[in-house]
Design a protein around this ligand. Structure first.
Ligand code: PMP
Length: 471
């Protein structure tokens, strides 16, 4: 493809392309930024700007850009067998090998995988499997699935129903019936501002009590599963208090409820373990995966299935009426396999746990000294900054100011991709980022925060009181 010039590309984009999670009209007026190539942790736009991608694309380019080994794996597979399906008693080597490799890397009790094309499709599969499991156990009334407010599990109808994003429910409803949501373990956003919450640990336990209360309300014999991300990603890189997961586990065990751990972001090294479930010592029944599985080079997802559920589906289930044309697509599977091979050969997961995660944490925490930052948190290579109007009280800026979006746009101008979730700035850089690049990331973030502060002050926004000063 010969590249059209930047202005023509922007015009054509505005004229014909409806972007995901985008205000179509606003983007049509502003125009988009066209990304043309990338290497390592940097992307480059059609206007020639080099930008440090601290979001690894969309939480997925874990091995960084420009890995020839992944390109070669795709080319080789596309040449040999570009497509065949896994329906009707057929299979192919990349799907077989990827399934076996994943089950070797997964927690010991997970020995089966069902492939999908994305994380959303993985979560659709979760709904089908969970309900099928309980039906096969002779308890079809056990059908409620409990998710969390502000959780994210995808954008298909089932994915958005499992997720707890209120604006998505308002547009996409009615949601899939039999799904409900409980409070999220968001200490800075919901625990700290609540005068009755003493500390993060008691808040974490309180969130587990909220889950138990909902189970009792619905009736334990009606509740099939609880679904959650180990660390909430799209909700704002929300790291739960240490008390949270042990307390949740106890509740689920008490009522015989399946645990679904959505590893779409946390899986494949992001938290310094192969899976977030390992970091939090969880024993999931189902683990949806995607994104980092192929470092985003080609689309692939899946659900890792624990023995308890798998054995029931296999022994008692007969045909499972579910699957996708691209379940286990050969080229995607070959790239994922090569991606996992490279991650192992390069010791990426250990490096995140022992070196890069702690290094980022120390540099990132220093941003708490900035006048706009109420909290800087990170775990492994995921992190967040809470932008506040008043550091002492944690008071937020008026929503209408859209300070997070302002900061995100300034980041782009500064040469950094950092995403905003309300006024929470999040990062999730490629796992191959170096210490020097982490230094640069933090420097650019600080520069963007300084510029955000300067522009707010120029607008007459008061920083310590959250009130707009009349000029
Ligand atoms: N689960 C989680 C935790 C996610 O973060 C995402 C995507 N951001 C999804 C599921 C959906 O994945 P996809 O966009 O590949 O459908």
């Amino acid at each position: 493809m010969t590249l059209k010039d930047s202005t023509t590309l922007k015009q054509l984009d505005s004229a014909h392309h409806l972007h995901p999670f985008t205000d179509f009209k606003a983007l049509g007026e502003e125009g988009s930024r066209i990304i043309v190539d990338a290497h390592g942790v940097y992307i480059r736009d059609a206007d020639g700007n080099r930008i440090l991608d601290a979001m690894a694309g969309l939480w997925c380019v874990n091995l960084g850009y420009g890995r020839k080994e992944l390109v070669d794996a795709a080319t080789q597979q596309l040449t040999q067998l570009p497509y065949y399906n896994n329906f009707f008693k057929t299979s192919h080597p990349p799907a077989v090998e990827l399934a076996a490799t994943l089950c070797r890397l997964a927690p010991q009790h997970m020995n089966r995988v069902f492939f999908t094309g994305s994380g959303s499709e993985a979560n659709d599969t979760v709904v089908r499997m969970v309900r099928r499991y309980w039906a096969l156990k002779g308890r079809p009334q056990k059908h409620w699935i409990i998710g969390r407010e502000n959780g994210y599990h995808g954008s298909t109808v089932a994915g958005m129903s499992l997720g707890g994003m209120a604006p998505m429910h308002e547009q996409g409803g009615p949601c899939v019936p039999g799904i409900t949501h409980v409070r999220q373990p968001y200490w800075y956003g919901e625990g700290l501002p609540d005068a009755s919450c003493e500390d993060p640990e008691s808040f974490g336990r309180r969130c587990a009590e909220a889950l138990e209360a909902r189970i009792q309300e619905l009736g334990a014999d009606q509740v099939a599963a609880f679904i959650a991300e180990p660390v909430q990603g799209a909700g704002g890189a929300i790291i739960p208090p240490d008390s949270y997961w042990p307390a949740i586990k106890e509740v689920l065990d008490r009522y015989d409820i399946l645990l679904v751990v959505d590893e779409v972001i946390c899986g494949f090294g992001r938290l310094g373990e192969w899976f977030g479930s390992v970091h939090y010592d969880l024993t999931p029944d189902l683990m949806p995966i995607a994104k980092g599985l192929s470092s985003g080079y080609l689309p692939i997802g899946g659900v890792l299935v624990g023995d308890r559920v798998a054995e029931t589906l296999i022994e008692e289930g007969g045909e499972f009426y579910h699957g996708f044309t691209y379940s286990g697509h050969p080229a995607c599977a070959a790239v994922a396999l090569k991606n996992l091979e490279l991650m192992q050969a390069e010791g990426i997961v250990d490096k995140v746990r022992n070196e890069l995660g702690p290094y980022l944490a120390s540099r990132w925490k220093a941003l708490e000294a900035h006048p706009l930052i109420g909290e800087a948190r990170s775990l492994g290579l995921i992190g967040a900054l809470e932008i506040v109007a008043d550091k002492a009280s944690g008071q937020r800026f008026d929503k209408a100011l859209a300070v997070g979006n302002l900061c995100r746009d300034i980041c782009f101008e500064t040469g950094l991709v950092m995403r905003s979730v309300g006024d929470t700035m999040v990062i999730s850089p490629p796992l191959v980022i170096s210490r020097d690049e982490i230094d640069e990331l933090v420097r650019l973030a600080e520069r963007a925060l300084d510029e955000t502060l300067r522009r707010l002050e120029a607008q007459g926004v008061s920083i310590a009181s959250c009130e707009q000063v009349e000029s």
